[in-house]
Design a protein around this ligand. Structure first.
Ligand code: FES
Length: 305
């Protein structure tokens, strides 16, 4: 594999025509003439006696860094060797997302982002997930966003209104191209986070991505509201919200939390990672603060620090 670093990649400049930078074993970075960078995987399949070249787009460099691209590429190679049609799988996943999104749209009577924007966001997430295995973690529901919120989601702080969020439920909004979850925990859910420290890798949230004001058992400013980035710290799938303990699917020792079906990582109801799973860290808590009791600003620390 090439010794290219993220710093080298950031320094790559556009040219008159698009070009590719090979990283080895079929992994490429594609740089367009306008400067967009995306990851591609070139591989071959055998159709009878014919050997055919195929290109699989992994996703944008803005959303997938070098280490993640290498991991995804490794899994894709293994899948191709197993005879899995990775292109067909990706199309199937996109179709599922489109169907899910259309369902959400019809059930949603508030202001909804233009479908092309929402689909693009979901599709980008899927591009990551599509490379990581046959299982599929669907981003469950993108909350409605006002036009100004959508504009801000490129980087500036966003405001999330949780006044209509029912206890036990959650909403998802986009911030910096990533899903942000806000979970309104019930008293039972809060209590559930008290007894699971033995299961956890970093129960006190001392490692990465932990704003100081969330270094407590609840990983939140107000225990009732949990704010997390919905991105698995293993390879970037979006874990599923599984709040009910003793689940048939996850076993009698399941204590409720989040489950990433891509490679089986588990997180408790505060987003703290279990021991012995692929994900190395707790789910990331973005900077945030409460502007009022029911309005959360994500993207800034406010005066919580
Ligand atoms: S991406 Fe591998 S477990 Fe979540």
């Amino acid at each position: 594999m090439s010794a290219l670093t993220d710093k080298d990649i950031r320094a790559l400049k556009p040219k008159d025509h698009h070009y590719r930078v090979a990283l080895g074993e079929g992994l490429f970075l594609w740089v367009s003439s306008s400067g967009n960078k995306s990851w591609q995987y070139r591989y071959h399949v055998h159709l009878g006696d014919t050997r055919k070249e195929k290109i699989y787009t992994i996703g944008d460099y803005q959303q997938i860094n070098l280490a993640q691209a290498k991991s995804i590429h490794t899994t894709l190679r293994q899948d191709v060797m197993k005879g899995i049609d990775i292109q067909a799988r990706k199309i199937e996943q996109k179709n599922k997302i489109a169907a899910q999104e259309d369902n959400d749209r019809s059930a949603d009577d508030a202001v909804i982002a233009p479908i092309s924007n929402r689909r693009k966001f979901l599709t980008n997430v899927t591009s990551v997930m599509g490379g990581i295995g046959g299982l599929f973690a669907l981003v469950p529901f993108l909350s409605s966003m006002s036009p100004s919120e959508r504009a801000k989601s490129a980087g500036a702080p966003i405001e999330i209104d949780v006044s209509s969020l029912k206890p036990g439920s959650y909403k998802v909004v986009e911030w910096r191209g990533k899903p942000v979850w806000v979970v309104r925990r019930t008293k039972e859910m809060i209590d559930q986070t008290l007894d699971v420290d033995d299961l956890l890798r970093d129960p006190k949230s001392l490692e990465e991505h932990q704003p100081s004001y969330t270094q407590n058992k609840y990983r939140s400013i107000n225990p009732e509201y949990l704010v997390l980035l919905g991105v698995c710290t293993h390879l970037g799938c979006s874990p599923l919200y599984k709040p009910n303990p003793k689940s048939e699917e996850l076993g009698l020792d399941w204590t409720g939390g989040f489950f990433c079906p891509c490679h089986g990582s588990k997180f408790d109801l505060s987003g703290r990672v279990h021991k012995g799973v692929p994900a190395p860290y707790n789910l990331e808590v973005p900077p945030y603060y409460f502007a009022t009791e029911t309005r959360i600003i994500v993207g800034e620390d406010g005066e919580n620090v």
